[in-house]
Design a binder for this molecule. Structure first.
Ligand code: PA5
Length: 434
């Protein structure tokens, strides 16, 4: 069974999952969840801004964002992007996928460093060392403007920039992405006169990659954000359909929920490339924070193949049978590398001479899929048409929509994250925050 998308930027194939189901996926429940979402009468309905974002984004602010990104690209050797969770993962995912996981070595300036996503002194010190003597810009991203990890890193980089460039120079190099009115970061930005971009009120962190949260760093990396938004808009149009054959988000949501109800409580997103690692990290936050509540939820895990077949392969094949697997793939990566011939054939690899890496991976993937299905792991396949902005925009929207539908099918509010506050309360008490 394959969904029938218009241009097929995203295809979903559930033929490796359906044979595991005792009954049909509940497509009626998926369509009802979509209707609830679109009519805005479900839980968390004040956080639905992402649904129409690819069409309704603030065009004036977006034009200013593009100008700012161009200025960074022209002036900066290094851009330090400070943020955590939903204020970090989407931008990093897009940049590593469309540029390179080694973008700071492999891509033209500006080098992009992500900070404030932990409390790790060595990480901060290393970036301070790496940007020494360079023209540095900072984009600090925090919707609440009060999150400790990015606030700590920003305090250090604000001081660095003021020391290097003076107050006035620092002002030109610090850009804040935050709430339009509230929070310590907004107050600080207003007091210092920093350029600000807004995280819309009705968009939660993990749904914010297509807002200025993600778009500024992504544009500063030289990625075409017009195309990204275009791909998301195309997918949003498909997402209006209540037919799972036309709307791949419904198909994916219904099948993973059906598997969950049969005890497949862990979903592994298996990716073919390091460049997709942070797409998985973004996906894990999106699904984990949206569905993991009230004692419910599929636990999202991820693997990068084939590397992780040599570490996690044994468990997936043969461990406890609570797994479902979703293979993420790119149809046309646009990259060619053929195996050279060798006169000695000392490594015995001449049987592969002339074969492209992509064709070798295709055999590896098919072998893995067959093995995992045989081992009792239902497999769903998601394929992006190409390694480009349009396909990525479509993938982001596809996953966001499927996540919201899946959350409603599960009976939870997919837009809150009450559990995240628990560690903060303890930490701030231990830190004696006034
Ligand atoms: O999805 C979420 O809401 C969280 O992951 C937040 O994005 C994260 O905690 C960072 O919050 P803030 O942007 O307020 O600093």
């Amino acid at each position: 069974m394959e969904s029938n998308t218009k241009e097929k930027l995203i295809s979903v194939n559930v033929s490796g999952a359906l044979p595991f189901l005792e009954k049909e996926p509940d497509f009626k429940a998926a369509a009802k969840a979509l209707k609830t979402l679109r009519e805005g009468n479900g839980a968390g309905n004040d956080f639905l801004g992402w649904l129409k974002l690819p069409f309704s984004y603030d065009k004036v602010e977006y034009a200013r964002l593009r100008v700012c990104a161009d200025r960074i690209r022209k002036d900066a050797d290094a851009l330090v992007v400070i943020g955590i969770g939903g204020s970090y993962l989407g931008a990093r995912a897009a940049i590593e996928f469309l540029r390179s996981p080694r973008h700071s070595e492999a891509c033209p300036a500006p080098k992009i460093y992500f900070l404030g996503n932990g409390i790790d002194a060595s990480d901060v010190l290393q970036v301070l060392e790496l940007v020494k003597g360079k023209s540095v810009y900072v984009n600090v991203v925090s919707k609440s403007g009060t999150t400790l990890e990015p606030a700590l890193a920003f305090r250090i980089f604000k001081e660095l920039l003021e020391k290097e460039y003076g107050k006035e120079g620092a002002r030109k190099r610090i850009i804040c992405t935050t709430d339009k009115a509230r929070g310590a970061l907004k107050s600080l930005a207003d007091a210092e006169g920093y350029e600000c971009f807004t995280v819309p009120d009705d968009i939660g962190g993990r749904y914010s990659v297509l807002s200025p949260v993600g778009l500024l760093p992504i544009a500063a990396a030289g990625i075409d954000t017009d195309e990204l938004l275009k791909g998301a808009a195309e997918q949003a149009e498909l997402g209006e359909s209540e037919d799972p054959q036309a709307n791949p988000s419904l198909l994916y949501a219904a099948v993973r929920q059906a598997l969950y109800r049969q005890g497949k409580k862990v979903e592994i997103l298996s990716c073919p490339s390091e460049s997709l690692r942070f797409i998985s990290e973004w996906w894990k936050q999106l699904y984990g924070e949206s569905e993991g509540k009230q004692g419910l939820g599929i636990f999202p895990a991820s693997c990068v193949f084939t590397a992780d077949l040599h570490s996690m392969g044994q468990y997936i094949q043969d461990g406890e049978r609570m797994l479902q697997e979703t293979f993420l793939a790119v149809k046309d990566s646009g990259v060619k590398l053929a195996v050279p011939s060798s006169a000695e054939n000392a490594d015995g690899l001449n049987y592969l001479t002339g074969m492209d890496y992509a064709d070798i991976y295709a055999c590896a993937k098919e072998g893995v899929k067959q093995a995992h299905i045989k081992g009792g792991v239902p497999c769903t396949e998601i394929e992006m048409a190409a390694k480009d902005e349009r396909s990525l925009g479509a993938l982001i929207y596809f996953f966001e929509l499927a996540c919201a539908v899946s959350g409603y099918m599960e009976g939870v509010n997919p837009f809150d994250q009450p559990g995240v506050e628990e560690y903060k309360k303890n930490m701030f008490a231990l830190l004696k925050k006034a």
